[in-house]
Design a protein around this ligand. Structure first.
Ligand code: ATP
Ligand code: ATP
Ligand code: MG
Ligand code: MG
Lengths: 223, 223
């Protein structure tokens, strides 16, 4: 589904250049559940942003279903982001004057083939908080609204930047089950950044990012 | 240092009342390192906000060094928040047009007895990113700036709402060591909300919050 060759990313801060990604090669197959692990500052969000067309690599090639994204124009990138990718950010970006339900419905209304808003609220354990505004929700509840908003879009590729960081284990497992259900039943491809070893065990493959390169890739025999 | 008797908190949403805290009693001793555990939505942030004078209980009593806070006026609460309490929020609230260094220095400049900004940046492993703006920092780096901002104030009571949620284990341990150093060497009192069992093991006591009450309190033989 998504292929990267020699992906590099350099940031310029004042006069200092920092090369964060130093030549990543990867191929992610449709229906896969991938986890990316790495230390704070190792480049995970940078990589996820490139995968999701939110950012372009400094050099290297990126292909989605064989179509090049690395030199695509903004119209093509926008279409890719809007139609094919769901994104769960490290910051939730909920709309403060819409309720939990309305935050999710907003996305459903403009998606081509959305899931049911009520079903997503249930999968996220939020049916009792559907009428709450973001300021009336706990941190973990807000995070789950953000995840629900990405899920309801029913994207082919779901990119999640630490989707369970604000959640306790039990709630985190509930959320992950919803994501796995999506991946297995609907052949959706999911890439998750996490620090949680339990989540990593659920992945088919785990990419370890260190010093701008994939230090290793582990294949899990089962999940 | 901090004592609570029968702390209750009820939220009103539309016409629905939700009693989140149902009568909490606690006494936190100066120099203690406390961890609060509990499921998403169990009331941890609500409790921490009350402890920090950010919110008042619906009923119950709260004392800081014997002085009542539960019925204190805004002038007194403001003085308490400004002089005695450091807070690390679930959302970092960094000032976007100030660098990491400047975000921390801003607080040091108005604190009565601040720590060294450079020393705090080092304890947070951020000396190489001091000149970066928040938009140029990773999620975990932003979190550490927020922690540094609370630490530099050198408060008697440090309240941390999931301070290592966005951090990998190694970085999280580095940050926690800085907090423990503060607690042990300077007799600072620290209360941390976390989902991380490793952090809980470092505490002197762990409060388990469930259904608006402390289900149990564990005492760790060592740390
Ligand atoms: N301003 C508010 N108005 C109405 N309900 C609220 C408000 N703030 C919080 N709540 C509700 O109170 C409950 C407790 O919220 P709180 O933020 O204390 O939980 P928490 O334990 O910190 O959860 P998390 O681990 O997800 O951060 C939640 O169910 C939440 O929806
Ligand atoms: N816009 C930017 N300008 C300059 N440097 C940046 C920018 N964005 C990120 N960086 C730097 O690039 C490095 C990688 O950042 P990135 O956000 O990808 O890390 P991460 O692995 O997601 O970390 P975390 O686990 O803390 O979220 C960091 O050192 C960060 O400071
Ligand atoms: Mg990140
Ligand atoms: Mg909370």
């Amino acid at each position: 589904l998504l292929r990267g060759k020699g992906i590099r990313k350099t940031y310029l801060t004042g006069e200092v250049q920092i090369e964060v990604l130093k030549g990543l090669d990867f191929e992610i197959v449709e229906g896969e559940f991938i986890v990316i692990l790495g230390q704070s500052g190792s480049g995970k969000t940078t990589l996820l942003n490139i995968m999701g067309g939110m950012s372009t690599p400094t050099s290297g090639e990126l292909y989605y279903r064989g179509e090049p994204l690395h030199n695509a124009d903004e119209v093509k990138l926008n279409a890719y982001r809007r139609s094919s990718v769901g994104f769960v950010f490290q910051h939730y970006n909920l709309i403060p004057n819409l309720t939990a339900y309305e935050n999710i419905k907003l996305v459903a209304d403009i998606a081509e083939n959305p899931l049911s808003v009520n079903e997503v609220l249930q999968d996220m354990g939020l049916e009792d908080w559907a009428g709450h505004f973001p300021s009336q929700l706990s941190g973990g509840q807000q995070q789950r609204v953000a995840i629900g908003r990405a899920l309801v879009k029913n994207p082919d590729l779901l990119l999640c930047d630490e989707p369970t960081g604000a959640l306790d284990s039990k709630t985190g497992i509930q959320v992950l089950r919803a994501l796995l259900k999506l991946s297995r039943e609907n052949r959706k491809t999911i890439v998750i950044i996490t620090h949680n070893i339990e989540i990593a065990k659920m992945a088919q493959r785990v990419f370890y990012l260190k010093d701008g390169l994939f230090e290793k890739v582990e294949v899990n025999d089962y999940p």
